[in-house]
Write a protein that binds this ligand. Structure first.
Ligand code: EPZ
Length: 418
């Protein structure tokens, strides 16, 4: 197993290029199941989760090929198997995204029920209820969701909780349903808008993506498409925070500033200077970080996927910050590791009070989930001395060559075999 070793104290300087968004690429690659023929997707990040979704599509009989670095072609003409096996689903919960497209395309699906994960129980009841409202029969057998439907029917769906992959799953299924489907209280993330653009490029009729109500007029068939994956706003946010925590000066190239409003507002309140530049943002950090309160919310609120990262940053702010995690029930796994580095954090239910300390000290720490790993890397960049982060396979799920990108900004960081 690899580990990442960081010697803290360097102020990051220079420019970093942001990769394509993991959480846009995953549903978009899966959407190829709705078509026959070669789809071409550009700006696909090279991540563990992308490898997993390609394995999953291959398992079903789809063909995947890399046309050039970052450009993937997928042909689902001959999908024969409608199964997403436990071995693959347990490594990536987002595999649930094949459920809707398989039922829509093949009339059946057998998808392993994704278990919980470090950050929460992660139920998929909203995905299931919505498909049942569209006429699918779904039951659980031996840990698998068995679903079938002659042809899905358009329906009016209301999501009790705005669910990102739930919205994506049903939006894809509805494209081939008979009649119109409306999704109310739909998730509004930029990745949903990206997916809707791709589906419309395939000949679907999706409107309202990015708002609370998405309308999908079912069609009989979809055709392959050429499309681009949007930049990863969570990776971009992570690098902006890296500039802040090291009092550095970094140009984050290739990101979409409009996708980061909530983060930029919060970081500006702490004293960072974040300004738009050509094709990105410039982020300047200063010593003497001011504390702020943060509450995670569905987009356009502060992203839960940046909560661990901003917590690392606030551990060395002046004063106390209250961080409220409202999206997931157990997304503070990074707290105990940050405490090992000298952070002063108290957790009470979904709230964490972070009392700023003058500085962190490097230590051996362990990654528990993808964004917790990013948080510990950020803490290591600011800490005095050496930090060893183990279980880096977590970070490789969602960040493309993070240690190379950080080294390019002057960080003393390397990946070593444990
Ligand atoms: C997506 O997960 C992202 N993953 C997550 O990113 C992200 O943290 C999350 O959205 C929230 O923004 C992908 O896009 C692949 P949800 P998802 O359904 O869709 C509850 C990362 O680090 N819920 O929006 O699984 C759920 O428990 C990952 O890249 C139900 O109760 O999240 C949670 O409390 C981590 N029933 C809330 O809704 C359901 O059927 C929001 O979850 C579905 C969800």
């Amino acid at each position: 197993m690899d580990k990442i070793v960081i010697w803290g104290g360097e102020r990051l300087k220079g420019e970093v290029l942001i990769s394509g968004a993991k959480n846009a690429a995953l549903p978009i690659l899966v959407s190829s199941l709705l078509t026959e023929g070669w789809n071409t997707f550009r700006n696909v990040p090279d991540l563990r989760d992308i490898k997993t979704v390609k394995k999953l599509l291959n398992h079903m009989g789809a063909r995947c090929r890399t046309q050039s670095p970052g450009t993937i072609q997928i042909n689902s003409e001959n999908i024969a198997c409608c199964e997403a096996p436990y071995e693959l689903v347990k490594t990536m919960r987002a595999s649930i995204l094949v459920l809707g497209p398989l039922v829509a395309r093949l009339g059946q699906a057998r998808v392993s029920l994704p278990g919980g994960c470090a950050i929460g129980a992660r139920p998929v009841n909203l995905h299931i209820n919505a498909l049942e409202r569209m006429g699918a029969e779904i039951f659980l057998a031996d840990g698998y969701l068995e679903a079938k439907a002659k042809r899905l029917k358009g329906a009016r769906i209301y999501f009790d909780i705005s669910t990102v992959t739930g919205t994506e799953n049903i939006m894809m299924a509805a494209c081939l349903a008979d009649g119109e489907t409306t999704l109310e209280n739909a998730a509004k993330e930029p990745e949903i808008v990206n997916l809707a653009e791709v589906l419309n490029g395939m000949g679907a009729r999706v409107s309202g993506a990015g708002t609370d109500v998405i309308r999908i007029e079912g069609v009989d068939k979809l055709h392959p498409v050429e499309a681009d994956i949007i930049p990863d706003r969570i990776e971009a946010g992570t690098f902006i925070i890296a500039a802040g925590i090291t009092a550095g000066d970094v140009v984050v190239r290739g990101c979409v500033p409009g996708h980061l409003d909530a983060l930029i507002k919060k970081l500006t309140d702490t004293g960072m200077e974040i300004t738009p530049v050509e094709d990105g943002l410039r982020a300047i950090g200063h010593k003497g970080i001011r504390s702020v309160d943060v509450m995670t919310l569905p987009y356009p609120g502060f992203p839960t996927d940046l909560q661990a990262q901003i917590m690392a940053y606030l551990t060395v702010a002046r004063g106390s910050s209250l961080i409220s995690e409202t999206v997931f029930e157990n997304r503070f796994m990074h707290v105990s590791e940050l405490q090992r580095m000298g952070a002063n954090i108290k957790v009470q239910g979904g709230n964490a009070v972070v009392k700023g300390v003058s500085g962190l000290r490097g230590a051996p720490v362990m990654a528990t989930d993808l964004r917790a790993s990013a948080s510990l890397i950020l803490a290591g960049l600011a800490a005095r001395g050496r930090t060893d982060l183990s279980r880096v396979y977590h970070i490789d799920r969602g960040y493309e060559q993070i240690e190379k990108k950080l080294s390019g900004l002057g960080a003393r960081i390397s990946r070593v075999r444990e």
